[in-house]
Ligand binder design. Structure first.
Ligand SMILES: Cc1cc2nc3c(=O)[nH]c(=O)nc-3n(C[C@H](O)[C@H](O)[C@H](O)COP(=O)(O)O)c2cc1C
Length: 270
């Protein structure tokens, strides 16, 4: 008998040896891929963030990665000054590294965020981070736009996006969501360019300075003050519409970017 004939491939030891070897090889391949692809994933995340900021500001088309003058994402994003802001006071801070600061992560940790009471938490956030990033666009020394990260609960989960405000710090320049769980065709219509088109020009605050945006089923009379704060609600998606209204109101209010916007307004037009 030859040694090959002696080899019992169905023996328990050999079956285990093959199984363990396959598992080992697979785990080496998967972990190597995870480690090797990490830098590329980081680059892609960064590119995505820049594109979303630019799209909210209306500087990049929804379906393209260059503007009408052929400028790419990096070139356009360089026009922005990114600053960290203490939300409670509205003051700038250098306490976080802007390149690596993860605002969403900070909102989950007790030492970098605060709990919101039920009456404060109109956007169903649970907690609110102490420090947020803001994106400032200045043209020849004059504030042109400010883009703010925003989020809030819809029907199925949290919508994450950016709210762009004009240099007057009162008028919406654009609103876009880059992540949400709403149903396509219903709440998912937050991504519909026709619906998004209504946001530029909307007035954020009432005469007392309180957040005033409303998503409505029926618009107020054209030319009325109420109409300047209104956006069409999404049909068949009352919960998502309420979520969007609440998140815009939260982030433009006292617990959101309100103190920062007031401080910035005092600098822009003292
Ligand atoms: C499968 C399914 C998906 C839905 N997705 C959403 C959604 O994404 N956003 C939302 O507000 N309502 C959604 N709804 C509808 C809500 O459950 C609810 O009926 C609706 O908010 C009522 O709003 P209306 O007054 O606009 O009809 C969904 C309903 C079903 C059955």
């Amino acid at each position: 008998m030859t040694p090959v004939a002696d080899f019992n491939k169905e023996g328990l030891g050999n079956v285990l040896l093959v199984a363990v070897s396959v598992c080992l090889i697979c785990s080496i391949v998967v972990s190597s891929a995870a480690v090797l692809l990490k830098p590329q994933q980081q680059i892609n995340r960064e590119l995505d963030r820049k594109q979303n900021v630019l799209r909210a500001a209306g500087m990049l088309p929804t379906d393209g990665s260059t503007d009408s003058e052929g400028r790419g994402v990096d070139e356009l994003f360089k026009l922005f000054r990114v600053r960290a802001v203490i939300l409670g006071s509205g003051e700038y801070t250098d306490s976080v590294d802007i390149e690596s600061y993860d605002q969403t992560k900070a909102s989950r940790m007790t030492d970098t965020s605060r709990d919101l009471t039920a009456s404060e938490d109109i956007a169903t956030l649970g907690r609110r981070e102490h420090v947020a990033l803001v994106y400032l666009l200045e043209t020849e020394g004059v504030l042109d736009k400010v883009v703010l990260p925003v989020r809030g609960y819809g029907l199925w989960g949290t919508l994450f996006g950016y709210l762009a405000i004009e240099g007057d710090l009162e008028t919406v320049a654009g609103l876009g969501f880059y992540s949400h769980k709403e149903t396509p065709g219903l709440g998912g219509e937050v991504d519909n360019p026709n619906w998004k088109e209504q946001w530029p020009g909307v007035s954020l605050f009432d005469e007392s300075g309180a957040p005033a945006v409303r998503l409505v089923k029926t618009r107020s009379a054209e030319g009325s003050t109420a109409a300047t704060h209104e956006i069409d609600g999404l049909s068949g998606a009352t919960m998502t519409s309420r979520g969007v209204e609440n998140l815009v109101r939260f982030w433009t209010g006292e617990l959101g970017y309100g103190p920062f916007l007031s401080k910035l307004a005092a600098v822009v037009s003292p």
